[in-house]
Design a protein around this ligand. Structure first.
Ligand SMILES: [Zn+2]
Length: 292
């Protein structure tokens, strides 16, 4: 499942559409990705609008639409917002304006220059429209790289969760939005702490520092270094990026046969923690601490 850096890369892939008018919207109206908003409403709302701006929050993407007047000069802000979730297999890509949709291309925004395509063969993703408003995301939790993600904030969010495991906490989208399985393993390995350690054993200040380092590094290695050169190649989980975090990251070794810890060369351990497959180094991240 795409995590925050892959989601930011997906946003950048559609970014060339910013400022352009939507001349047509194509959809597969019965696709499961429209379980929040009927495709017909999305089509009628977005036709003839302009993409004004886009942003991400954790694993969510938001594209905002207006009537073409640039918000900087008029002081107005777009009130039409389309939210996308990539789910397990969703991907965004850019194609020629006359792109012929395949059976998995459930949603297409067409401008005179591009087709902005949302493709999702498993359809765990979502395409939804918000009620008109200035900002539909005011209630979302603070992001890990936001200045508001302070130690006090993290303490408040975890106050009633002292018995939670580290891995479960890192996967909780209300605390670490955008962190998924691979980033959670990377954070545990860098702390270094066994992923099954209970929260009460942890130094939250260090969890905050390391989670921010991993989020920042993931954005740099995945989103920045894979700047889309050929949008048509798009973004697809599993083979969406050429540039991945370097060999000094656990990422490169966690599922390799005979994978070793890049720090101490011990063979990596694997197991299920917090219902997810997890890799860790038994030497750098001994389990004892969590059993004490
Ligand atoms: Zn190690």
């Amino acid at each position: 499942m795409p995590e925050l850096a892959e989601v930011e890369l997906a946003r950048r892939i559609w970014e060339p559409g910013t400022g352009q008018r939507i001349v047509a919207v194509d959809s597969h109206p019965h696709a499961r990705v429209y379980r929040d908003t009927p495709a017909s409403i999305i089509e009628s709302t977005l036709s003839n609008t302009f993409i004004v701006c886009s942003r991400t929050h954790g694993k969510r993407l938001l594209f905002s639409f207006g009537d073409g007047s640039p918000c900087k000069s008029t002081g107005t802000h777009p009130t039409t917002h389309l939210e996308l979730h990539l789910g397990m297999s969703g991907r965004l890509f850019l194609a020629d304006p006359d792109h012929e949709p395949t059976k998995h291309d459930h949603f297409i925004l067409r401008t005179t220059r591009f087709a902005l395509v949302y493709s999702d063969y498993r359809q765990f993703g979502r395409v939804l429209l918000h009620e008109p408003c200035l900002d539909p995301w005011t209630e979302l939790p603070v992001e890990v790289l936001d200045p508001g993600f302070t130690l006090a904030c993290l303490r408040r969010l975890t106050a009633r969760r002292r018995g939670t495991t580290l891995k479960a906490l890192l996967l909780d989208q209300a605390v670490f939005p955008g962190v998924g399985n691979w980033m959670a393993d990377e954070i545990c390995w860098r702390l270094p702490c066994h992923p099954g350690i209970r929260l009460q054993e942890l130094d939250l200040a260090r969890v905050r520092t390391v989670s921010r380092q991993v989020c920042r590094g993931a954005l740099r290695h995945v989103a920045d270094k894979n700047a889309p050169r050929d949008g048509a190649r798009g973004f697809s989980p599993g083979h969406y990026v050429e540039q991945v975090p370097p060999r000094s990251w656990l990422f490169q070794h966690r599922w390799k046969a005979g994978g070793c810890c890049p720090r101490c060369r011990s063979s990596l351990a694997r197991g299920t923690i917090a219902t997810r497959t997890t890799a860790w180094c038994p030497t750098c991240q001994p389990e004892d601490a969590s059993e004490a």
